[in-house]
Design a protein around this ligand. Structure first.
Ligand SMILES: Nc1ncnc2c1ncn2[C@@H]1O[C@H](COP(=O)(O)OP(=O)(O)OP(=O)(O)O)[C@@H](O)[C@H]1O
Length: 303
């Protein structure tokens, strides 16, 4: 892979181990300016380690990380990157406005404090002490710190943890406004619906490796499977269901059967051939969440 100076983020063969655990293993990926990218993966997939490497908070054991054609540290020193990390505690004993003002003062190309507070939806709580805020409000303050100036790349590690549904929606509206200004946005999430709704591109990480890279629609298609649901009039003969061709998974609830199949036509045909008469038959594509489970499960079975 050639690293070009136009890439916002370039990982080339990056590895990071903690003792025997390979947190990130041979990761190569390029993010282009203006993309909104979700980094999706289960617990321990390597998302936070990837973001730490990207921000220069850890050094890779192997490979190279570049932001805008330079080292993470240089890019950060130049104010090109705003980050909202999962763990970082907020300074105590200061008011929201004071903390945001400090972040603005530290940024080479700061925005006015009031603008930052308003964009993050915390203008009304500027006079509150940071430690008195709810978890969701603290997340907004972290977001304000990440967007205190004119950065080209915004990195967010599970930014909506602790937010309720309406706070989440408001947060993503603010984030979209940032992306609409041409910034590159990279966020780690467990929430598949967020990746589906917010990101132009989804990177699926599992055991430190990149399992899939594409639009949410491509990831769903890549999982290949279709969802089949129907009711049966009589008792459900699970032994017959087990033998259906291409079946990946099924669950029975009362007389309702839900299954995933690699070839819905073959599975449904075999259902009829086995003498079963499904009622209310529905065949549909997988949601992103099911696609994600299908991809990561297939990977585990290959081991
Ligand atoms: N400082 C560390 N020391 C030892 N092992 C670590 C350290 N940091 C991460 N790991 C391990 O590396 C792997 C990847 O962890 P990482 O935190 O990057 O995953 P994650 O995808 O962010 O998970 P989560 O969604 O739970 O935050 C895990 O197995 C984790 O236990």
């Amino acid at each position: 892979m050639t690293i070009t100076t136009t890439a916002a983020v370039a990982f080339e063969g990056v590895g990071k181990a903690f003792g025997p655990v390979r947190a990130v293993a041979g990761l190569s990926v390029t993010l282009h300016p203006g993309e909104t990218v979700a980094l999706l993966g289960p617990n321990g997939a390597g998302k936070s380690t990837t973001l730490d490497l990207l921000l220069g908070l850890r050094n890779p054991d192997a490979g190279r990380v570049e932001l805008f054609g330079t080292t993470p540290r240089a890019a950060i020193a130049a104010g090109k990157v705003g980050a909202m990390l999962q763990s970082g505690g907020l300074m105590e004993g200061v008011k929201v406005r004071e903390l945001v003002r400090l972040a603005c003062d530290l940024h080479p190309r700061p925005y006015p404090v009031d603008q930052v507070l308003a964009a993050a939806g915390i203008a009304e709580i500027g006079d509150r002490l940071v430690e008195k805020l709810s978890g969701g409000q603290q997340q907004r303050v972290r977001f304000a710190l990440a967007t205190a100036g004119d950065s080209d790349l915004i990195v967010l590690d599970e930014p909506t943890t602790g937010m309720d549904v309406s706070a989440r929606q408001a947060f993503w509206a603010a984030m979209r406004a940032q992306a609409a200004q041409g910034r590159t946005v990279l966020f780690a999430t467990h929430y598949l619906e967020e990746a589906d709704e917010v990101a132009d591109r989804v990177l699926v990480l599992h055991r430190g490796r990149l399992l899939a890279d594409g639009t949410a629609a491509e990831i769903k298609a890549r999982a290949g499977a279709r969802r089949i649901a129907f009711d049966l009039d009589g008792p459900v003969p699970e032994e017959v269901l087990c033998d259906l061709p291409e079946l990946r998974h099924f669950e029975v609830s009362g007389r309702t059967v839900r299954m995933q199949s690699g070839d819905a036509d073959a599975t449904v045909h075999a259902l009829y051939a086995a003498g079963l008469y499904p009622r209310g038959l529905e065949v549909s594509g997988l949601g992103l969440e099911q696609a994600f489970i299908a991809i990561t499960t297939a990977e585990d079975e290959d081991k």
